[in-house]
Design a protein. Sequence first.
Length: 506
Amino acid sequence: MEPPVFFGSAGLVVVFVLFGGLWTGLASDVFQTSQEWVSRTFGWWYMLAATGFLVLGAFIALTPARRIRFGGPKAKPDFNRSSWIAMLFAAGMGTGLVFWSVAEPLLHYVEPPPGVEDGSAVAAREAMRLTFFHWGLNAWGIYLILGLAVAYFHFNQDLPLAPRSALHPLIGDRIYGPIGHVVDTLCTVGALLGVATSLGLGAMQVNVGLSRFFDFPQSTAVQVSLIAIITAMATVSVVMGVQGGVRRLSLLNIMLAALLMVFVFIAGPTQYILETLVSSTGLYIQKLPRATLFIDFARSNDWQATWTFFYWGWWISWSPFVAIFLARISKGRTIGEFILTALIVPTGATFLWLAVFGGSALHAQIRENAGLAQMVQERAAVSLHALLDTLPLATATLIFATLVIVIFFVTSSDSGSLVDDMVTSGGDPHPPRAQRVFWAVSEGAVAATLLLVGGLTAIRNAAITLGLPMSLVLVAAAFGLIRGLRLDRMTREAPKERPKKTSSRS
């Protein structure tokens, strides 16, 4: 255990839970005010930072550093490629993708950004492009930098598996002092809040499923109870460790999610889905350079604050969890393999998922007048279930979808608990089981608190606000990574000192 980090993080979590639980109204106001200030003042910074991380990751993939292998030239991967990718994807997207894949395109269609007529053909195209943008390369670019830094300094420089290690080229052994403690504490709380955000979204969706089959009320009390039950399941998984619990659940998760996607693809408007995928991918690539740095300064940026700034804040606050987890499972991979796999494979899979579910939802809304958008405007959590209601075998599919959400839920929680435990144990990749239980319970408590103080709105506000300090840590990690790789290159390219020849006189 690293006492300053463990007790500092635990203390902040306790304060947060007590504040939100005892003074719910005040906590909601504080979150709202903080979010408005951050969005109004630092929206430009979020856009710049997210773009910078993506560009830096792509640049490193083109340099000789791409050949560096985590753990040394002879290191072997701990996990086969399919397990590695499954854990990478499940950790990076989680229940959030299931929640927003239907809701976001529909909401963009009826509530588009300024300058686009709602309900128009342009709104439909922009709805999918914007959803691709929010879930695409920028998200994984944010994850990459800290993950690269932690993996490189841990496996190749024998430093702790913790965010503080990324700062070693900048401040040296002072990472073991107060500066390192503050960085690790901030990242622990950030990872916990990021995971709690996803858990809150998952609880809302599971509640909708249960209300359909067992007549459960859709209420905060039920959602908090669901968080408690699924947190207990996640605790069992995380106690079993990466090989025993997390890996198996991630593989099961991906297989079940793929089955659900294949069913919707076949039972839904297949041609429309394919057209949506091709067209939206092309539009995304075409507009990506402009979109990454676009801020509507000439008009109110309320729409961007609600969506783009929320996502960038969410990805940044979520990044310590994903980055450290990716570092933990990436021994034996090269830097180039790490970057290209993390950018291309999850992004491609995400686009396919969004095209299947988002495209089907838009088809039902536009071509079949199913009224999905109106349902989602009233309650975003019903989005997936409302879509599946329009397809054959609705009841069986809804039960299956609820199971997929639960497993996504558990996977996010157990992975997050493992990361928090590693960081608060001083970067130990095999932390104590008792602490894993503590962090699993803490994530559930924070998720429940966010639901109590305002549901989806509180979740948005917390993500946007926490992303600001976390972005500074990521920038420092980026500079540390650049300097570390530069020093590595200089060491490898330095001429080796030749032994002096000895001459003898005859």
